[in-house]
Design a protein around this ligand. Structure first.
Ligand code: FMN
Length: 146
């Protein structure tokens, strides 16, 4: 059972903390990947059973590196790579009090598969309640792929 937990985190590490909590909830088999550090090779997505995606709100949109992730997926699928989309997807978002990125983020990443539950949202640094919701998201994904 493998989960890809892919996110962009840069400014304060807020989205990264959420990603760690999702991974903890999922348990063994979770890979976390910060697209701010390295681009993800989307031809490896078929190796995973489910995906969680987390973004900070940047100018009321998702981080550019996650948009690139989806662009890469579109191109890979057009080039015949199979087994990328159609998996359970979990979403989480970190913002500074605005959070308008939620709508375009959910819209774009619903292309990737079946979105499970609600997007976990954090305003500023994630507190215990938010981190618990991230862990619950990880557990939900694990239950969906068992
Ligand atoms: C370039 C940039 C643009 C941002 N734009 C918004 C915004 O439009 N709305 C908002 O609520 N927060 C905005 N923020 C705040 C971040 O979403 C917030 O600090 C987030 O928690 C950062 O996540 P990170 O620590 O994982 O990088 C912006 C931050 C940066 C650096």
């Amino acid at each position: 059972m493998k989960a890809l937990i892919i996110y962009h985190s840069q400014q304060h590490g807020n989205t990264g903390m959420m990603a760690e909590a999702v991974a903890e909830g999922f348990g063994n088999g979770a890979t976390i990947w910060n697209t701010n550090e390295k681009r993800f090779d989307v031809t490896k997505v078929p190796d995973y059973d489910c995906i969680a995606v987390g973004t900070p709100d940047y100018f009321s949109y998702m981080a550019g590196t996650l948009k690139t992730f989806m662009d890469d997926i579109y191109i890979a699928e057009r080039n015949g790579v199979e087994g990328i989309s159609g998996k359970p997807v979990g979403l989480f978002l970190s913002h500074g009090g605005g959070g308008k990125a939620k709508e375009p983020f959910e819209k774009l990443f619903s292309r990737l598969g079946d979105v499970v539950g609600e997007t976990v949202e954090s305003s500023g640094a994630p507190g215990h309640k938010t981190l618990d919701a991230c862990k619950a998201l990880g557990r939900t994904l694990a239950a969906r792929v068992k």
